[in-house]
Design a protein around this ligand. Structure first.
Ligand SMILES: [Zn+2]
Length: 302
């Protein structure tokens, strides 16, 4: 770790420590996580009073505003704590997804990204700050998420998800949230999630438009059922060509996090057998129904 980066983390920790309203136990947990971060590792257990089938005092305080929701419950919170979610991409979509899922209390988050932070990322990829330039995104993300919620186990995977490693990366997770920026990755994630029957939230964003889709493989339409073929190379502009506006990625990533919480807790019906088409310039949200396709190579029988 460079001395600049160490100083940055120290300053960040100092600033965060000043935040008012943190309970004594929470402050201790935070101090422990901060010390571990500066050593370059994360503590395995930082939650005082945590028991297998009930929430501890610190958790009751941290999650109090969602626990009081009529749709939510301690059972929903425990389901999140027991859950393991893989996030593909720590960029414009993956940042809000990871921030909201860590904040909400998902027990274990895997972050897959093989890129390093570049200056052109900073206008929308909110997990990365200017002092992170050149740092691996998976590790930059893990550091911030560790500060946000030391109760969550963050596992960075500095690797590019491809068809031949997708199954291995997905193994052991209850859900995968895809915030990648290429059709090849999206189809590889879809095929692996279908094969392993792991729930999936798909998305895409370019310019100020995008889509979100929740999938329960084997039960509801998968990404390939909805979009049997990728557009021919060059037909669909990339973010580098067409641009992308930060808040557009923020809205779509936030919707992905919301759908992930629905799939993990059942607090509301997820957006399955449909995708939401989102045009933010005109604020149009269109639900497009889709159904499973017989003979889908990804989710079809046999
Ligand atoms: Zn399918």
């Amino acid at each position: 770790m460079s001395s600049d980066r160490r100083r940055f983390l120290r300053e960040l920790a100092g600033a965060a420590r000043e935040v008012r309203g943190v309970s004594g136990a929470g402050r201790d947990a935070f101090a422990e996580a901060r010390a571990a971060l500066l050593r370059g590792d994360l503590p395995e257990e930082t939650v005082p009073g945590r028991e297998p089938d009930r929430l501890g005092e610190v958790e009751l305080e941290r999650y109090s505003r969602q626990l009081v929701l009529p749709e939510w419950s301690e059972r929903a919170q425990l389901a999140l704590r027991d859950a393991s979610v893989l996030i593909v991409g720590a960029g414009g979509l993956g940042s809000p997804v990871a921030l909201y899922l860590a904040a909400a209390g998902v027990g274990r988050l895997g972050i897959v990204d093989d890129d390093r932070v570049e200056r052109s990322n900073l206008a929308r990829q909110l997990l990365h700050y200017t002092p992170d330039l050149g740092v691996a995104k998976a590790h930059s993300a893990a550091a911030k998420l560790g500060f946000l919620n030391p109760e969550v186990e963050i596992v960075p995977y500095e690797v590019r998800l491809e068809a031949d490693n997708a199954a291995g990366l997905l193994a052991g997770h209850d859900l995968v949230v895809d915030g990648s920026d290429s059709f090849a990755t999206r189809y590889a994630v879809n095929a692996a999630a279908c094969a392993a029957r792991i729930g999936l939230v798909q998305s895409g964003v370019v310019g100020v438009s995008g889509l979100v889709m929740a999938i329960r493989p084997g039960e509801t339409a998968c990404y390939r059922c909805a979009f049997p073929q990728a557009p021919p190379p060059g037909a669909q502009p990339t973010c580098a060509q067409a641009g992308v506006l930060g808040p557009a990625a923020g809205v779509i990533g936030s919707l992905q996090a919301l759908e992930a919480l629905k799939l993990l807790t059942g607090f509301a019906p997820p957006l399955t057998d449909a995708f939401l088409q989102i045009k933010l310039a005109s604020l149009e949200f269109t639900r497009v129904n889709v159904s499973r396709r017989a003979g889908c190579p990804d989710c079809g029988e046999g």
